[in-house]
Design a protein around this ligand. Sequence first.
Ligand SMILES: Cc1cc2nc3c(=O)[nH]c(=O)nc-3n(C[C@H](O)[C@H](O)[C@H](O)COP(=O)(O)OP(=O)(O)OC[C@H]3O[C@@H](n4cnc5c(N)ncnc54)[C@H](O)[C@@H]3O)c2cc1C
Length: 414
Amino acid sequence: MAERVLVVGGGVIGIACAVFLQRAGCRVTLLERDTVGGGASRGNCGLLYGSDLVPLCHPGAVAHGLRLLLAGGSPLVVRPSLDPARLAWFVRFARHCRPARLAPAMRARARLLSSAVALYTEAFARGELFAAEPPAGVLLVFEGEEGLRAYRETNRLLAPWGCAAEEVPAARLAEIEPALRPGAAGGFWHRADRHLRPERLMDSWKQAALRAGVELREGATAFGFRREGDRIAAVLADAGEFAADQVVLAAGAWTAPLARKAGIRLPIQPGKGYSRTHPLSGRPPAVPCYFYERRVVVTPFADGVRLGGTMEFAGFDLALDPDRLEALAHAAAAGLLEPPAAAPCECWAGLRPMSPDDLPLIGRAPGGSNLWVASGHGMLGLTAAPATGRLLAELVTGRRPHIDPRPFSPRRFR
Ligand SMILES: Cc1cc2nc3c(=O)[nH]c(=O)nc-3n(C[C@H](O)[C@H](O)[C@H](O)COP(=O)(O)OP(=O)(O)OC[C@H]3O[C@@H](n4cnc5c(N)ncnc54)[C@H](O)[C@@H]3O)c2cc1C
């Protein structure tokens, strides 16, 4: 008899877990409180950014973050709070900025992301998942020499993993992307990366889940658990009680409050980001441009242009701050010859599930014998999803994991 697995959360991570679990022979039901792909996985920048190996918590990140916070209008915002979980998260983050932590974190990210990119490439080639946009890489554009110099150092760290970018002198930037405004100090082109429209990708993940035989229950909010000894016997949801042999928490930024209902603490904080999507007009870029000092990405799609960025630690607040949305438009105006002229067709905010070491949590939950976690993917959930789904399915079904699961263990924070 196939194992009954219940996945909570229908973002890119939950749906990828569901697909891989079902293909591994489990009978999967996925509970999504809203619609599949309606959370952080929807309005994001759409980069499949496999070369982004340096974690947010790297040597020098705390000092840099403090400088950004003190300089008004920065892309980093921390709303003051005495919430002990948030304070503890920042303390952990600072500890993970130690130099000794960098190489192991980059190794773990390299393995997960290269597996994810390979899985996406196969799925696109077989037509199982959908990516309309032609691969164009990701072009990092720098306004000043200081940023350029710092990224040169980052690029040196990426080289051993085959992820280094091609450095582009200022005079050559317009050859690669004629839509750029002259005056930038230079850039780095990560040619192997690509982009796509996340909404389309999520539609195709959903279709893949249905084809595989996953039961999708949209509009079903999980709010608790029924325990039998050390096992979770059922998930309690407003749509009823769902008995399961194994339970996977993949509720994005909401994974931590949900896990608390099972008596488990997970260090995941919501990191809010914004995007504004405009209809095509003027001269949009052909290559996704990452205006690095402003931390704003401009992603071109076949039918629109999206500006996205900002990292705001403000709890579970999805309100749209007009200043943050304006900052995205300013960055595009500073970097592009013809920034989007028409009003946005959508302004959006999403909560990234942030872990303090910038590695996702994939594996058995602390203290839970049949409770699993797939969350904490921070800025790279869209990219890392298929490798996460595959790894989690291997762990749940007792198969040999295709990458070392230890760096991602949800138990590593005890
Ligand atoms: C502005 C911005 C830009 C980004 N750009 C990129 C990018 O270019 N490339 C990239 O790789 N990543 C990017 N990211 C990060 C990426 O979007 C996230 O890492 C990813 O979407 C996380 O996926 P998830 O499935 O964990 O969470 P989500 O997509 O948020 O999914 C969680 C789901 O769980 C559901 N849920 C929550 N609680 C419950 C409950 N109790 N019961 C049932 N369902 C529940 C929610 O409704 C939601 O649908 C970006 C993020 C932002 C905000």
